[in-house]
Design a protein around this ligand. Sequence first.
Ligand code: SF4
Ligand code: FES
Length: 237
Amino acid sequence: MGMATYRFKLARSHSNAEKHFTLELDSRMTVLDALFIIQRELDPSLSFRCSCRVGMCGTCAMRINWMPRLACQTRVETLNAESITIEPLASLPVAKDLVVDLGPFFDKWKKVRPALHPKNKDSKELAIVPPDSEFGKQALVKRDCITCGACYSVCGITGSNEAYLGPAAINRAMLRLLDPRDGNVEDRVNALNDENGVWRCHTQFNCVAACPKNINLTDSIMKMKRAMLFPKRLYDK
Ligand code: SF4
Ligand code: FES
């Protein structure tokens, strides 16, 4: 606690170079607070993205000391370092400085048809999902994705194969497949069972380590691999 000196090294896209800043900060401040100070007082051209500032929107994900993290949720004292290196997420095109284009991430997200496709569109009955049902239990620990792209950026497979669906899209597909209210099994199974679907995962767990919402993505991918081998249950749900 208290004030401390931190040295920041920031990736800058336009000059293909880094910029260094030394700041005196209250250790409880976040990396996002530091970026605002730099932009306001030292370098107005610095670009970064944020919105909610409370860990809900996922827009401030960036590499902080070589790990994808949410800048608004990373207090500088928790990094246990005087030097803080900040870079854009890996494996995504850089728009400017710390801002990446999440287009490739959302292209995969769209492939699994992420919205609910109701089984019975005309039903007026309230669809109740009991919390102790299989979907209720899975949803509780897998539903909090904020589409920050951290898991996608840190995945070793995505880094070498741009077509791979990636962990977040697979997790989303799993939630829809388990959802008793949803009727679109075929599109999701086709995307998951594709050559760039679940079978590309090499179980490296990088996504699990990176997810700011603590979603066990490798578990979701393993479950979907098993479901691709024994799909009958999905069609019978
Ligand atoms: S699964 Fe986690 S790391 Fe991946 S996009 Fe969602 S919140 Fe971010
Ligand atoms: S600004 Fe929304 S998660 Fe950080």
